[in-house]
Design a protein around this ligand. Structure first.
Ligand code: AMP
Length: 126
């Protein structure tokens, strides 16, 4: 991890209560809230409360308690939002990282998208 965590990023401000968010779930180590610019009927972001920039950073540096809490929070959000697979349901989880991954907010977040057929995973060219 060469990048430094930026305490002024927008999700750090949400965690400090400096700007509002529409909370879906809060646990000891995680927070889930609706994306401000939803791209599907269900579009929830799940973030750890710790200062982690990206998924690889979190996976290599977080405590086991944080990892378990975050993973379970993601599962819980899928359940709460009714996007579990089965009977035509399902979801996509995306976590963009870094410049090539086109990550806008440098605090780890997983997008949970669902509520409609989501199309191909990636456009064919960029
Ligand atoms: P990414 O490109 O993966 O870094 O995605 C960042 C996401 O954060 C985008 O989908 C934005 O719509 C979303 N976002 C930015 N600001 C806010 C905010 N204040 N509350 C909720 N979602 C936000």
């Amino acid at each position: 991890m060469t990048e430094r965590y930026d305490d002024q990023n927008i999700f750090a401000k949400i965690l400090r209560g400096e700007i509002p968010s529409k909370t879906v779930l809060e646990t000891e180590h995680s927070l889930a809230f609706h994306d401000i610019s939803e791209q599907a009927p269900v579009h929830v972001l799940v973030i750890p409360k710790g200062r982690y920039i990206s998924y690889d950073h979190f996976a290599l540096s977080a405590s086991e308690a944080e990892i378990v809490d975050y993973t379970r929070a993601i599962g819980e959000v899928c359940k709460m939002m009714g996007v579990q697979p089965g009977e035509g349901g399902g979801f996509r989880m995306i976590s963009n990282a870094g410049e090539a991954g086109i990550q806008e907010v440098p605090h780890l977040h997983v997008h949970i998208l669902g509520g409609r057929r989501l199309g191909r995973m990636l456009p064919r060219a960029d």
